[in-house]
Design a protein around this ligand. Sequence first.
Ligand SMILES: [Zn+2]
Length: 90
Amino acid sequence: MAGAKGQKKCPACGKGFRARNRVHVYCSRETCKAGRRSNYMKKYMSGWKRKHPNYWRTERQKEYMKQWRDAHPAYFKGWRDKAKRRGKGK
Ligand SMILES: [Zn+2]
């Protein structure tokens, strides 16, 4: 496969396909075309996040961390127990 002209790997389905040109990144399956759209949205959102860094550092992140803690209570419990044991030195 190496060196085959126009042969690319679709980032959405992972299958090889023959690319028509350099900007042709996804294969022609419907699901992969949808993936191309979501990829565009991802790019757009990362640009938006760069322009509004504080939005993600404040309210949104606080809310996210709270949800994460609620969803993983065991993680924090275990971490605290470990720290306690280390503090006693035994
Ligand atoms: Zn594909």
